[in-house]
Structures are given as C-alpha cells and as structure tokens.
Design a protein around this ligand. Sequence first.
Ligand code: S3P
Length: 167
Amino acid sequence: MARKNIILCGFMGCGKSTIGNLLSRKAGMAFIDLDRYIEKQEGKTVSEIFADSGEAHFRMLERSASKTLGAKNGLVIACGGGTVIDPENVASLKANGRIFLLDIPIEAVAERLQNDTTRPLLNRPDKDIAMHELYEKRLPLYRAAADIIINADNSPMQICRDILSAL
Ligand code: S3P
C-alpha cells in the first residue's frame, strides 16, 4: 500500500530541512525540500526569485509545487516557512499526507537566524521586529494547519522519534 506523505511545516529556522533529511532516512522514504524543488525548477535561488519577480510570483510557484508534490506518495516534504499560510497549499498537501508542525520558541528562531542572509523576508534593517511580528501572526495559522504539533526545541534525534511515534 502507498505510504502517506509526512509534511513538515513551521517558521523559518525551525529545522524543517534538517529534520526532514534525517527523518526520511530513518523512515526509508524519499526527502523533498519544497524550496530546493522550486529552485531546481526555476534555476534560481529563492532570494533571486524574490528579487527578480517578487514574492507573489514565488507564492505562485509554491502553490504549483505543493499541488505536484502533494499528489505523490511516500515522501517526507519540508515546506517553506510560508507554505501552509495559504489554505490552498494546506488542502493540496493534506490530500495525501499529514502535516507536522515543528513548534519552536521565537527566542530559538532568533538565535538560529541571527547571521542568516538567505531569507528575503528578513533581509531588512528592522529584521528582529519583522521576525517577531511575522512569528506572532503565523503561529495560530501553523497550529490550525497542523495535524500534529511536535516540540522542536529538542535534539534532531528526539524530534524524529516523536514524529515516528505519532505516525
Ligand atoms: C519563507 C520561508 C523560506 C522560503 C521563503 C519564504 C516564509 O523557507 O520559502 O524565503 O515565507 O517564511 P524556510 O522556512 O525554509 O526558510
């Protein structure tokens, strides 16, 4: 029988890609990072897509990728931080899988993203304020989209164990 997809969502820096990679190996499933998938299709980084074509265009690519990947089976999918904010993407991804929120406090996010320059939404002089505002706004939406909430302020091994035992 086809295995359902495991979809990881959560704020930038919560560990979606790291956990997704590890989890896919433990579960014997293929891993796809949605942002990397889009980058490969477009031949550009996410930052370049934002700079060249704007956020709305990136969101359109994200919707299309969510639909394509959501229709597949047996994948561990790491979303981008904004993917499940769009209800259309939630529906696409839930068609064939369960959404896990990697829940992490804002303090941990702030520390991890301190020197990061790869997130166009945070590449601004008021980065800290923008990050806090976005986190507050998104947290209820992440929680509403998730089938299962995982405490991601933990070691990668523990997080994987928690996801696997919730399957
Ligand atoms: C975004 C998060 C990024 C990437 C893009 C937009 C967001 O993914 O999709 O920069 O809206 O939060 P990560 O969460 O993997 O950084």
